[in-house]
Design a protein around this ligand. Structure first.
Ligand code: SF4
Length: 185
C-alpha cells in the first residue's frame, strides 16, 4: 500500500505518483488553460471538502511520472500546469518532477496544499516538500474552512486561503501574495 510521501522510486528507478486523475484542459484551476494532476492522498480532512475521495492515500491509481509528462507533452494550447488533489505535497518528488517538466516547456506551475506556507517552510510536510516549493510559481495554501467559504475568492474556496507568489516569497523570507493583474500567471 502506498503511504504518505508515496511518490516513490521503484526497483527500476522509475518515479511513480498515486493520483486520482488528470484533466488535460482546465480553465478553473488557475489562469488560462491548464493541465491538472489531482494527487491521491490528503491528511487534512477539511470539513466540507469537495474531493473527499482523494483523502485515502491507498486509493486512486499509481502511475509513472514519465507517463504523466508524456501526456502533458501531447497536450496542446496550455498556459500552465496545476498540481491539486488531495495534497500534492504528500508526494513532493512527483511535484518536483512534474513542475520541472512543465517549466522546461515554458508553462507556469501552480500547486494547491492544505498546509500553510509557514508550515511547509517549517518542515511540517518534510524536507522534500519544503524543497518542492522552489519548483513552483504559485502556491494556493491553507486548509479549506467551510465557515469562510466565499464566492469572492478567485481560484480558492475560503477566504483564509492565499495565492502566494513563491519566487517572491522565497526571496522575501515570508509569504507574498500574488498580484493577479499583470502578476504571476
Ligand atoms: S486540503 Fe483540499 S483536498 Fe485536502 S481535505 Fe482540505 S479541501 Fe480537501
Amino acid at each position: 500500500m502506498t503511504t504518505a510521501n508515496s511518490a516513490n522510486v521503484t526497483g527500476d528507478k522509475k518515479l511513480t505518483a498515486r493520483i486520482a486523475g488528470t484533466v488535460r484542459h482546465s480553465s478553473v484551476d488557475g489562469p488560462g488553460v491548464r493541465y491538472v494532476v489531482f494527487f491521491q492522498g490528503c491528511p487534512h480532512h477539511c470539513p466540507g471538502c469537495q474531493n473527499p475521495d482523494t483523502w485515502d492515500p491507498g486509493a486512486g491509481e499509481e502511475v509513472a511520472v514519465d507517463d504523466l509528462i508524456d501526456e502533458l507533452s501531447r497536450t496542446r494550447f496550455l498556459d500552465g500546469i496545476t498540481l491539486s488533489g488531495g495534497d500534492p505535497f504528500v508526494q513532493p518528488e512527483a511535484v518536483m518532477a512534474l513542475a520541472d517538466a512543465a517549466r522546461e516547456k515554458g508553462l507556469t506551475v501552480w500547486a494547491y496544499t492544505g498546509w500553510t506556507w509557514e508550515a511547509l517552510q517549517n518542515g511540517a510536510a518534510g524536507e522534500a516538500a519544503k524543497d518542492a516549493l522552489s519548483h513552483i510559481d504559485v502556491l494556493v495554501d491553507s486548509p479549506f474552512v467551510e465557515e469562510l467559504l466565499s464566492r469572492e475568492c478567485i481560484y480558492r474556496g475560503s477566504s483564509n486561503q492565499r495565492l502566494i507568489d513563491v519566487p517572491a516569497s522565497l526571496k522575501a523570507g515570508e509569504a507574498v501574495d500574488v498580484q493577479l493583474e499583470g502578476g504571476v500567471g
